[in-house]
Design a protein around this ligand. Sequence first.
Ligand code: 9WN
Length: 435
Amino acid sequence: MRDKLINKAIKVLEDNFQDGGFTIPSKGLYPFQWKWDSGFIALGFAHYDLKKAKIEVETLLDAQWENGFIPHIIFHTDSDSYFPGPDFHQSNLHPQSSKKYRSTGMTQPPVMGFILERLLEIDKGSDEMLEFISKQIDKVYENHVYFYENRDWNNEGLVYIYHNWESGTDNSPMWDDIWLTMDPPEYEFERRDTSHVDASQRPSKREYDHYLYIIDVAKKYNYDDAKIAEHSPFLVLDPLFNSILIRSNEALIKLYKLLGGNDEKIAYLKSKQQKSIQSLNAKLFNEELGAYLHFDLRNNRQIPYISSSSFTPLYSGAPDRAMAERLVKTMIQKFGGEDRYLCASFDPTHEKFNPKKYWRGPVWINMNWMLYHGLKRYGYDELGQRVKNDSLELVENNGFFEYFDSRKANPDAEKSGYGGDNFSWSAALLIDFLK
Ligand code: 9WN
């Protein structure tokens, strides 16, 4: 059974791998290379084809801008099956954007640090992998420097995102109150996603108007970070994004130590790391709700909703013992009923929970992968194992979907897999879970 599933996962990855040396997340729906997808995908390849794993990482990092920024989508081809494409984003507005690749002017969570660390683990610390890492690691480091020097608005070790797509959790209810502060124009455009996936599982047209409008604001300022921070209607400190940055800092420090030298870079990362952890705990942890929350910088307030992102600081190692205990309690109480798979992307006890809609409720395999490692880090082995088993069961029962219903007895559908099918990171992380 295990081997059969792994072989199926390999087929998904192979079918999605492209000649240009990158892997699309899902045919039709997502025809380009996405930043955080690429990292997770590389882990799947690494278990059976190290060369492809390295190519995936290399191609992504090759698209880095002169200022260290790495875009969220690299438009390697002219496919028009996705909207908004390169002509809408116009990354060339930024003077330091890549001259080689067209891309978006926004980013996604910086997973590459811990991905390099995991690649070395998978390849059992080989000299070849270390050699590969020595060639790539400075690009990842420069990406972290970019974040700290350009996106740490209050100089507190926490970096902002200026667009919901930067969070990776696109239409989370987290942003609903921010949308209420905006009144974007009605854009005229042809949706492509809903020709691949049932519209009820995707964001609404009006939500897309907001997404497009924020990009237009950023474009007006040629994607200048300082101006975006001043003018974007969306400016958020995301516990997921910052936890990933912290976890990747930790990995870079470890890898630089292994490589030798690099004392200044290690010192820089360590000082930022300390500050980031302190601020994450001081500013984003909410004792009353027992969870890390998003912070809306534009409106200067914590957003009082709990999502799977709220638990990802476990993966970064930021919470102290008591905070970790509190987080686990919240996860079990609100997300972990016996009738549920872990871990819903949004609080199942909240009225905004929607079990079938994208980031408003369904289970995502990449979030589960981070939660599994986070829970294990703090010794919650049983709960971690449950997250892993639930992930495997969902994929085994339904296929390699993009997201899954968290209800064990889902009354509305025979199948509980939604969104894109043959989705790359669901396949890649299943392989990593099983190996
Ligand atoms: C926008 C590719 C990406 C993921 C995101 C997921 C979804 C894109 C979209 O697909 O977002 O970036 O068009 O909906 O939310 O996490 O990286 O798989």
